[in-house]
Design a protein around this ligand. Structure first.
Ligand code: AHM
Ligand code: MG
Length: 336
């Protein structure tokens, strides 16, 4: 036999983590289990995305005669339905919906709050390029009963967990509950997420940058100078950097977390706050980066310090290795 190897399912990992917290009621673990079920349900549809027109359905009906929903709407509804009846959540909010989402009256409201981006990178679906789902979890601040908008509008440092699913060449579940960042890869033949990346640590410095550089002419002078800098040749500082950009935040961020470097969606003259949403995209990813020993920034401070004013607000965002974010911030502040 080769090296000793034990299979660790996501389910078992979550339960063993719970045992480390003597006071735990199991509510939180149940919530995480439900997210992993939601992930599998969405993955099942995502993996068939290209078949919609093959299975004999010009009018967007599938073989069983159901009207086929757009995948992002399907993901949105599936995640809501997977999470609404566990008794652990009091309110949800999703990138696809204007207002907060209440738990149906017949179900118990719990102590957690869930915000999610059901299908990130949806413009990439038809080209069979990596997409993802993103989750942010808070504890409620209201006392009891139905959750409120105030429960949702908490700064990112108050998160108690964050996760993303990447539907890539493999499907992975990456999450943190404040004790490191752990990655699980789906074995589709058994339908289980298996521990593949325990305690992910982002390198202190990378050599890849990732952003939509097509917006270059709209960037401010600091950002432009930084990008010029990354492209200059200098052995000592590992330049030029390589550029990689998928255009799915989950994909670009996942690579950055594993390899290091910087992912950015800066503000520009057309969109001063950039494109990405604080509550569904930036907060959960910032939490994961900081948990993995990396940094998040809005250009000046940690993303996690932003006090949100509304559900769908956007923020410039920089995520990556400690050294790379520090260098970027210096350029943005005009110090270099
Ligand atoms: P979406 O939630 O509508 O898919 O948009 C978010 C996506 C991110 O995944 C990605 O980082 C960004 O938008 C790409 O934007 P752009 O096409 O401007 O580069
Ligand atoms: Mg998105």
């Amino acid at each position: 036999m080769g090296h000793a190897h034990k299979f660790m399912t996501l389910e078992r990992y979550i339960n063993e983590q719970e045992d480390l917290h003597p006071g735990a009621t199991g509510e939180f673990s149940a919530l995480l289990h439900d997210i992993s079920l939601a992930a599998k349900l969405v993955w099942r549809e995502v993996s068939k995305a290209g078949l919609v027109n093959v299975m004999g359905s010009t009018d967007r009906m599938n073989v069983s005669g159901d009207v086929v929903k757009k995948l992002d709407i399907f993901a949105d509804e599936t995640i809501f339905k997977a999470m609404d009846h566990g008794g652990h959540i009091c309110v949800m909010a999703s990138e696809e919906n204007e207002d907060i989402l209440h738990i149906p009256d017949q179900y118990k409201a719990g102590k957690y709050v869930l915000l999610y981006d059901p299908l990130d990178g949806s413009s990439n679906i038809d080209a069979n390029i990596t997409i993802g789902s993103i989750f942010s979890i808070f504890k409620r601040v209201s006392d009891s009963g139905k959750g409120t908008l105030a429960d949702c509008l908490q700064p990112g440092y108050k998160q108690v967990a964050a996760a993303y699913i990447i539907y890539g060449s493999s499907t992975m579940f990456v999450y943190s509950t404040g004790h490191g960042v752990h990655g699980f890869t789906l074995d589709p033949s058994v339908g289980e997420f298996l521990l593949s990346h325990e305690n992910i640590r982002i390198p202190a410095k990378g050599k890849i940058y990732s952003l939509n550089e097509g917006n270059f002419s709209n960037y401010g002078p600091g950002m432009q100078k930084y990008l010029q800098y990354l492209k200059e040749s200098d052995k000592a500082t590992g330049r030029p950097y390589s550029l990689r950009y998928i255009g799915t935040m989950v994909g670009d961020v996942h690579r950055t977390l594993l390899y290091g470097g910087i992912f950015a969606y800066p503000g520009d003259s057309k969109n001063p706050k950039g494109k990405l949403r604080l509550m569904y995209e930036c907060n959960p990813m910032a939490y994961l980066f900081e948990q993995a020993g990396g940094r998040s920034s809005d250009g000046e401070k940690s993303i996690l310090k932003i006090q949100p004013g509304s559900l769908h607000e956007r923020t410039p965002v920089f995520l990556g290795s400690v050294e790379d974010i520090a260098t970027c911030e210096k350029f943005l502040k005009g110090e270099r």
